[in-house]
Design a protein. Structure first.
Lengths: 175, 104
């Protein structure tokens, strides 16, 4: 980086390979409220930055030093942005996808939901009461290795509606 | 008269155009296109309210700021925009008061 000062104007010459154009733009944008900044191409691959402070009593050499520091920071930021571009894009795309919200009715109608693709129901929440508590078919007799108490247990739940007061339930065979 | 020269690869042609239109109320501004460069001539009439050098320097800064903002917005790059602006009538005629959306 070369630096030349004439009057109140400072000229810097930068190697474009070391300081990318985006970094030079970024540093120039920071200074355009305090300095008059002009960019030019000194030679192929070399940029010339001309700085002139707006305040008449300002120290142009100090501005040049600040500009060089800012330029270094901007170049580093450009490098970081390039290295993490894939990560930035992944985060942004995920955020945009999440902002779309849950599917609407049209999307649900268009979905292919069948017996194979429907959601699983391990707790039986989608089953009807009759389907869930219907009488089960009699089980096969217990094998010889099982205890007799287990074989004698009733296959159906014992819950029965309580008998009304004043009369005993009639046996099914008398109906 | 102060002549400003903008490298077409570094400065957006539309930004230079907009800067010229923005400052035409303070000075007489003429534009000319050379190969790879934009020339802007700033002339303040004698006895004018503002300093000619100040108008030219502010126009220079304005063009640079607009160029950077256009690049940040993802508009066409400086070189591409310069080629596009070269086909625009306002850029070729040097008429600073031509059509377009000048930021005032």
């Amino acid at each position: 980086m070369d630096e030349a000062q004439t009057g109140g104007t400072v000229e810097l010459e930068l190697e474009e390979g070391l300081y990318p154009l985006e970094a030079v733009y970024g540093a120039a944008y920071v200074f355009i409220d305090r300095c008059y900044v002009h960019l030019d191409r000194a030679a192929p691959g070399r940029l010339r930055v001309r700085l002139r402070p707006k305040a008449p009593d300002a120290d142009s050499a100090a501005f040049a030093g600040e500009f060089e520091n800012e330029l270094l920071g901007q170049a580093w930021r450009v490098q970081i942005a390039q290295n993490h571009r894939a990560l930035f894009e992944a985060i942004a795309s995920r955020a945009v996808t999440g902002a779309a919200g849950p599917p609407g009715l049209d999307e649900l109608f268009d979905m292919d939901i069948g017996a194979d693709t429907a959601f699983e129901d391990p707790l039986g929440l989608a089953m009807s009461w009759e389907e869930k508590y219907k009488k089960k078919a009699p089980t096969e007799p217990a094998t010889a290795g099982e205890p007799a108490a287990a074989a004698a247990a009733p296959a159906e739940p014992p819950a029965e509606p309580p008998a009304e007061q004043g009369g005993a339930p009639e046996p099914e065979g008398e109906k | 008269m102060i002549e400003l020269s903008f490298d077409a690869e570094l400065y957006d042609g539309f930004a230079v155009d907009e800067a010229a239109k923005t400052f035409e109320d303070f000075a007489t501004i003429a534009r000319e296109q050379l190969p790879g460069r934009w020339l802007v001539r700033v002339t303040v009439a004698a006895g004018g309210e503002v300093d000619e050098a100040t108008v030219a320097s502010e126009l220079d800064n304005f063009a640079l700021g607009k160029t950077i903002e256009r690049r940040l917005r993802g508009d066409a790059g400086a070189g591409a925009a310069a080629e596009g602006a070269a086909t625009a009538p306002a850029a070729a005629t040097g008429d600073a008061g031509g059509g377009g959306d000048a930021a005032r």
